[in-house]
Design a protein around this ligand. Structure first.
Ligand SMILES: Nc1nc2c(ncn2[C@@H]2O[C@H](COP(=O)(O)OP(=O)(O)OP(=O)(O)O)[C@@H](O)[C@H]2O)c(=O)[nH]1
Ligand SMILES: [Mg+2]
Length: 200
C-alpha cells in the first residue's frame, strides 16, 4: 500500500497470479473494459521483454474513502510461464491482495499446483505468508470439456478456505465478482489493521 499524505491518497496493489495461459490477462482486459472511462486509467503493457505483463489503475467509486484517504487500485498481472520468475517476484512485491487464477482444465492440474507453490515460496522470500495476504481463488475456464470439479480444485489449491469464484473470463463471466471479492478482503484487512493501531 502506498500512502501519499499530501494528496490524501491511498494506493492498493492487486496482483493476478497463476500458471501460464490460465486467463490472467483476459481478466484484466475484461475488467478494464467494464470500468467507466472516468475512473479508469489506460491499460499498459509493463515492458517489452515480458509482453504478458499488464497493468492499469482505477478509482473504485464504491470504496469511497478509507480513514479520510481517497482509494486508488492498481491491478497487475504476472506472466505465468516458468522462465519469468524474476518478473513475477517484482510484480508480487508489495501486493495488498492477490487473485490466484487457476485453469480448470485437467491438463493444467500440475501447472496450477506448481504455480501456487511458486507463489507461496515467493511470498516467503519476502517474509510474508499466504495467511496474512488477502487472497481469493478464481476457478477459471469452467467452460472447458475436461474441467476438474470445483471440490477437487478446492482440495488441491485452497486448503485454507479462502474466498472462491467460478469464472469464464473469456466471456467476462465472474470477472467483476472476483475483483469485488478481492477488494473486500483487502479493505477488511486494512480496517482490522486500522482498528488495531488505534487501540495501541
Ligand atoms: N475456454 C476458455 N478460454 C479462456 C478463458 N479465459 C481465458 N481463455 C483463453 O486462454 C488463453 C490464455 O489467456 P491469457 O489471459 O492470455 O492467459 P494468461 O494467464 O495471461 O497467460 P500468461 O500471461 O502466459 O501467464 C487465451 O486464448 C484466452 O482467450 C476461459 O474462461 N475459457
Ligand atoms: Mg498474461
Amino acid at each position: 500500500m502506498r500512502i501519499q499524505a499530501a494528496k490524501r491518497l491511498m494506493t492498493l496493489k492487486i496482483v493476478y497470479y497463476g500458471p501460464g495461459l490460465s486467463g490472467k490477462t483476459t481478466n484484466l482486459k475484461a475488467l478494464h473494459e467494464q470500468m467507466s472511462r472516468e475512473t479508469r486509467g489506460a491499460l499498459v503493457q509493463l515492458d517489452t521483454e515480458t509482453e504478458r505483463t499488464l497493468f492499469f489503475d482505477y478509482f473504485p467509486v464504491v470504496l469511497g474513502r478509507i480513514a479520510g484517504f481517497r482509494v486508488k487500485v492498481d491491478f497487475f498481472t504476472v506472466p505465468g510461464q516458468s522462465f519469468y520468475t524474476a518478473t513475477r517476484q517484482a510484480v508480487l512485491d508489495g501486493a495488498d491482495g492477490v487473485v490466484f487464477v487457476a485453469d480448470s482444465s485437467s491438463r493444467r492440474e500440475d501447472a496450477n499446483i506448481l504455480s501456487r507453490d511458486d507463489m507461496v515460496r515467493t511470498l516467503a522470500d519476502m517474509g510474508r505468508s499466504l495467511e496474512e495476504v488477502p487472497h481469493v481463488y478464481q476457478w477459471n475456464k469452467r467452460d472447458v470439456e475436461d474441467a476438474i470439479p470445483v471440490e477437487m480444485m478446492r482440495k488441491m489449491l485452497n486448503p485454507e478456505g479462502a474466498p472462491e469464484v467460478e469464472a469464464v473470463a473469456s466471456e467476462a463471466t465472474g470477472v467483476i465478482e472476483t475483483q469485488k471479492l478481492v477488494l473486500q478482503s483487502v479493505v477488511a484487512a486494512i480496517q482490522t489493521e486500522l482498528r488495531r493501531s488505534r487501540r495501541a
